[in-house]
Design a protein around this ligand. Sequence first.
Ligand code: EPU
Length: 449
Amino acid sequence: MFVISGGRPLCGVVSASGSKNAALPIMAASLVCSGQLRLSRVPDVVDVHSLRKLLATLGVRSTITADEPGGMTLEATSQKHHVAGYELVRKMRAGICVLGPLLASRGHARVSLPGGCNIGHRPIDLHLRGLSALGADLRVENGYVVAEADRLRGAEVNLAGPHGSTVTGTCNIMTAAALASGRTVITSAACEPEVIDLGHCLNRMGGNISGLGTPVIEIDGVDQLAGATHEVIPDRIETGTLLIAAAITGGDVTVLDARADHLVQTTNLLQHLGVCVQLPSSSGDAHRGTCEIRARANGRIRAAHVVAGPYPGVPTDLQAQLMALLCIAHGSSTVVDRVFPDRFLHAAELMRLGARIHRRGDSAVIDGVARLGGANVMAGDLRASAALVLAGLAAEGHTEIRRIYHLDRGYEQLETKLNGLGARITRTDDTPEPGSPHWRRQRRTASTT
Ligand code: EPU
């Protein structure tokens, strides 16, 4: 759990880590690679390590390399295995990213269905529809997707779902189609930067993919994909979270090594909310497309109507953090999530800190309050944890956030980064040492409830 002593403006400079959601499908693509896949900027987060474990059971040897930040080498040394078991996939939905690569490289795959999730209904019908269009024989059996195909055949695949395209579904189909015979055209493909990054990596391996970043991706299958070197893009969700940390605490934070072009609607929104956002300066790296982004609070946050949607919209993965910010806005705001319409579990926990939020139709309505106050709260998922950390940083007094393991799935050393900007966050065991300040606080809280 985290214990946060809030109410301090965060100021300073911090670097963005590599993107978790780009790194995961790229790591899974090691299954279709005949040589070594050398990556850099892979974030040191629990989901990455869970996927390494899963890939190890599938014959992929991965090594952390110390020569560059986030260095990792992956190599499929055995083609024998094709079962992604429940124990590993249930810990991380992105385990489904191995389905397409396994099928394309080994002709069969048995992958556990990912199961339930706290952010809403998350079916995988579009993944299955896509693989079936490529000629796979698919069935669901005892909680597993069982897929078989001699060699996948290029086809037209439409990935439109009721809430837009699918990010990991597009990754699965694109990677599988890279080794299929003939041409695949994915329509209604996801345009997210993480999908583009995977496409660039596959092209470095010798793939032939065009249309990345548009809803129509064309893939001319090749017989073999070779080893390659690839640097993972910066994490736009972590970057956005750090910029919101500046705004919510009345601070001034510069994020280095970021991609401003991946966050245009988010930085526009922050400006609309009254935050001063300074975009690319010459100190960035033009070749890698990275730059620095500075966010400086400038008086009270303005209320707004926020809609989270597929890229290039405001990301659903920043919706909870933005809701935390709107809790202290002047006036009444609304938030709608078009990707996961019920992703509002964080609202009840934010209310424990004094936020005023209620649901009206598909919107969360947030009546801004002048200040939040510390409280004990519980993290329900990865981005909800981040929202609670942000709210705790802004709140007066102490906030205790339990189940912080959700946060560790996707943020690299978040508390170290925030403490470097002046936050006071302590990571501690949920059961405190008898006699410690945390123990005394917990006893006081217990005696008043
Ligand atoms: N959907 C379907 N059928 C499918 C797949 C998805 O109806 O077969 C629906 C989903 O229920 C949802 C929408 O389509 O309403 C979009 O889901 P998508 O498949 O794009 O989500 P995902 O690929 O499972 C990735 C990220 C999520 C992020 C979403 C949306 C990874 C590993 N995960 O999930 O990230 O919220 O895209 O951008 O890339 C996070 O990092 O906290 C996280 C949840």
